[in-house]
Design a protein around this ligand. Structure first.
Ligand SMILES: NC(=O)c1ccc[n+]([C@@H]2O[C@H](COP(=O)([O-])OP(=O)(O)OC[C@H]3O[C@@H](n4cnc5c(N)ncnc54)[C@H](O)[C@@H]3O)[C@@H](O)[C@H]2O)c1
Length: 455
């Protein structure tokens, strides 16, 4: 059970003696909602966060280097599926949310939340250049009484080793003049049960006052804040959560291969094991892992630990298995076609669902892209059906033809490969009209039918 932010004492560290005036004024501005909030990066995380602060009664300035995104916010048009256009429009109408392309024109800010992207570089090393750029842009406008929150996921140590030194260039003292914390986002796109407000928020400041003030600010937009000892602990919590998921999905993928050799249905095995009310948590196999977080965040931890001369064996193994899944899917597709007297080369293949997870349109790192590219490279003619994805460009270029789901399209395909299980696909039509299916997601009602094959 966690207590509301204001009732919990921050943990660890030493409070500088003479910060009470600066602290008190900022606390008061947060309490009476006169604090001006700046959200740097208006993407999947930043836009909902900006709208949430506006709904909580603050004046919010969104800052994004992408002028198109700023223009959309100004028009009240939502480009992020989870942000309801009406909420965004309400924030605009009340004049609580504006968007600008540079911090230099954002005006004076009390709370700054950095929500920029943190991808992997070409050699899979962390690319935190957007965090650095955002922090550097903050320096000219820094003044006593500001809170800077880093929300972007990064490796443990980023707040202390990267953000703090940049902010210290202003000559202000962190923990006395300026407060700094790491508070990772747990948004799960498409999840309507757990929202930004109802998902507890981890908060770790670089000192106790920073933790306290960050908890206070975040408690205005989330129901539960969970303070932890420091920023590095909060960073480790975030990468643990996503690494836990990645490693367990890797294990589920290996279990799928084990079950194939044993001739048993992997989904029946996992679903049956999940009836155990304790000590088992189900994870399911698939064509690999996708999205901005699960394939990326563990690599941040891997990189950090490599620098500390520690080999992350579980992460390495999970990553290895997951990254091998598109090849495994292509091998299964080849075998399924072969058993039907056909070759992969020259076959017409329909991929169903190319987003990285159900019911959203995000294709970042989607394993379906790898599956499509590999099928194509072996001479298959590939199209896709996905009601959430209007067009699709593969990693090494080349557009994939989009098709509408229809009995004719299904009937004309030599093989249907299910890569994502969206709810709004007419699975009954797929069952009825597809002669040969390779289902990598365990669609209910399909498994066990003639011509329906699984991983
Ligand atoms: N997408 C998710 O579901 C999710 C969930 C939890 C955590 N995260 C983490 O949150 C962070 C943000 O992810 P996202 O999915 O919102 O990214 P995103 O790519 O959707 O949005 C990032 C935005 O930042 C802008 N930007 C880049 N550099 C900038 C700068 N210097 N100044 C101002 N704006 C800048 C980009 O134009 C873009 O609009 C990442 O670290 C990610 O790992 C994402």
């Amino acid at each position: 059970m966690t207590l509301p932010a204001e009732r919990r004492a921050p943990v660890g560290g030493v409070v500088p003696a003479d910060n009470s005036g600066v602290r008190d004024r900022l606390v008061q501005r947060i309490r009476d909602r006169t604090a001006r909030i700046g959200i740097v990066g208006l993407g999947y995380v930043g836009l909902p966060t900006a709208v949430a602060y506006a709904e909580a009664g603050f004046t919010v300035v969104g800052v994004d280097t992408d002028a198109n995104r700023c223009a959309a916010v100004t028009r009240g048009d939502s480009y992020i599926e989870d942000v309801i256009a009406a909420d965004l429009r309400r924030a605009r109408e009340k004049d609580r949310l504006t968007a600008v392309t540079s911090l230099a024109t954002a005006g004076d800010l009390d709370v700054i939340d950095i929500c920029v992207h943190t991808p992997l570089g070409e050699t899979r090393e962390p690319d935190i250049s957007a965090i650095r750029a955002a922090a550097e842009a903050l320096v000219p406008g820094q003044r006593p009484g500001q809170l800077v929150v880093l929300t972007s996921t990064s490796y443990p140590g980023t707040t202390e080793e990267v953000l703090r030194p940049i902010l210290e260039r202003s000559g202000l003292v962190i923990g006395r003049d300026v407060f700094v914390a790491f508070a990772p986002e747990r948004i799960d796109p498409g999840n309507t049960r757990f929202t930004l407000r109802t998902t507890p928020k981890i908060v770790g400041g670089v000192d106790p006052t920073s933790t306290e003030i960050a908890c206070l600010a975040l408690a205005t937009i989330v129901d539960t804040v969970v303070p932890v000892s420091d920023a590095t602990t909060a960073e480790m919590v975030k990468v643990l959560e996503n690494t836990f998921r990645m490693v367990n999905i890797g294990f589920a993928n290996e279990v799928a291969m084990i079950c194939r050799r044993l001739g048993v249905d992997v989904w029946e095995v996992i679903e049956s094991a999940a009836t155990k009310p304790y000590g088992f948590m189900p994870f399911y196999p698939g064509p690999g892992v996708g999205g901005h977080c699960i394939p990326v965040d563990p690599s941040y931890l891997q990189w950090k630990m490599r620098n500390l001369e520690y080999r992350t064996r579980f992460i390495d193994l999970g990553d290895d298995v997951n990254r091998g899944m598109p090849d495994y899917v292509v091998q299964r597709a080849t075998d399924v076609l072969n058993d039907a007297g056909k070759s992969l080369r020259g076959s017409r293949i329909l991929l169903i669902g190319v987003a990285y997870k159900p019911n959203i349109g995000d294709v970042r790192e989607s394993p379906a892209l790898h599956v499509a590219a590999k099928l194509r490279s072996k001479g298959a003619e590939v199209r896709y059906v996905d009601p959430h994805v209007d067009s699709l460009v593969l990693h090494h270029g080349g557009r994939l033809s989009r098709a509408d789901l229809s009995p004719t399209e299904l009937g004309a395909s030599d093989l249907v490969v299910i890569t994502t299980q969206h709810d709004d696909i007419d699975w009954g039509m797929v069952r009825q009209h597809a002669a040969l299916v390779l289902d990598t997601r365990g669609v209910r009602g399909g498994r066990g039918r003639a011509g329906w094959h699984t991983l």
